[in-house]
Design a protein around this ligand. Structure first.
Ligand SMILES: [Zn+2]
Length: 244
C-alpha cells in the first residue's frame, strides 16, 4: 500500500482497492464473455516465443505479449511472427529494470521513447505497459500514464519465471481463475543483459506449459484472448497496485 492510501479511512481504502479510482491499474476484465486474458512477458526469445506460437494457433487462442525492447531489437522477425499470428503487442519496458524507484522525468522519458520505438516496429498504437517485476510507485504510475500508456498487472500466474514443478505451476494458474482473469506467463527469461536479474533461468518447455494452461481454463469453459479484445465487450477492473 502506498503512503498516500495508508492515510485514508478503511472504507475509502476498501473502495479504492476494488475500484482503484484514478490511481487504479488494470488487474482484470469484467466481462460476460466466456474468456480470459492470456499474457506473456519478457520476450521475444527463440526457443520460447516460437514454442508457444504454434500451440496458441492450434488451439485458436490469442494473447497479449508484453515485450522488452532489448529483445525486439535482437529478434525483430520473432516479433513479426507474433504480430502476424494475430496477437497483441504491448510494452514491458525499454529493458527489464525496475521503474518504481526512478524519478518521474526518467520514467516518463524512457516510457515515451519505448512506446514510440515499439509503435514504429509494429506499425500500430501500443496501449498497455506492464512494469517489470510488477514494481510500481505512485510516481512511476503517473509517469507511465503521462506517456500515454495504461499500467496492466495481473491475477493468476503460471509461475514460469523460476523453477517449479508443473503441478505447482498449474495450482498457481488455477488460483483466481475465472472469466476476465488476466493470467501472467512468460515466453522468455530476462537476462542480466536485458536489465533483468539473470542467473536464474528456469528449465521448462514453454510450449507444453502453454498447452496445460489452456487446458486448465478450457475446463472452466474459458478461451484465451488479448486484453484489447476482452475490453472491446468488457470493462477494466482497476485496483491499487503499488509495490517496490
Ligand atoms: Zn518481466
Amino acid at each position: 500500500m502506498s503512503g498516500a492510501t495508508r492515510l485514508l479511512p478503511g472504507s475509502a481504502r476498501r473502495f479504492l482497492r476494488t475500484h482503484g479510482g484514478p490511481l487504479g491499474s488494470v488487474v482484470a476484465v469484467r466481462t460476460e464473455a466466456p474468456e480470459f486474458v492470456l499474457t506473456y512477458d519478457d520476450g521475444p526469445e527463440p526457443g520460447g516465443t516460437d514454442a508457444i506460437l504454434p500451440v496458441l494457433e492450434a488451439r485458436g487462442a490469442r494473447a497479449t505479449f508484453f515485450v522488452l525492447l532489448t529483445r525486439v531489437r535482437r529478434y525483430p522477425s520473432l516479433l513479426k511472427d507474433v504480430l502476424e499470428a494475430g496477437h497483441e503487442i504491448a510494452l514491458h519496458g525499454v529493458d527489464h529494470r525496475s521503474i518504481s524507484r526512478m524519478p518521474y522525468r526518467k520514467v516518463l522519458q524512457r516510457t515515451a521513447d519505448g512506446k514510440a520505438e515499439l509503435e514504429d516496429a509494429i506499425g500500430r498504437p501500443v496501449r498497455w505497459l506492464r512494469p517489470p517485476y510488477g514494481h510500481q510507485s505512485l510516481t512511476s504510475f503517473r509517469a507511465v500514464r503521462a506517456a500515454g500508456l495504461e499500467p496492466v498487472l495481473w491475477g493468476p500466474t503460471a509461475l514460469d519465471s523460476r523453477d517449479a514443478t508443473t503441478e505447482e505451476r498449474l495450482t498457481r494458474v488455477r488460483s483466481g481463475a475465472g472469466r476476465g482473469a488476466i493470467v501472467l506467463s512468460h515466453d522468455a527469461y530476462a537476462e542480466a543483459e536485458d536489465g533483468g536479474r539473470g542467473g536464474g533461468r528456469p528449465h521448462l518447455d514453454r510450449g507444453e506449459l502453454a498447452s496445460l494452461v489452456l487446458d486448465a481454463y478450457e475446463q472452466l469453459g474459458l478461451r484465451a484472448t488479448t486484453l484489447s479484445d476482452a475490453l472491446a465487450s468488457g470493462t477494466p477492473t482497476r485496483g491499487l497496485w503499488f509495490r517496490r
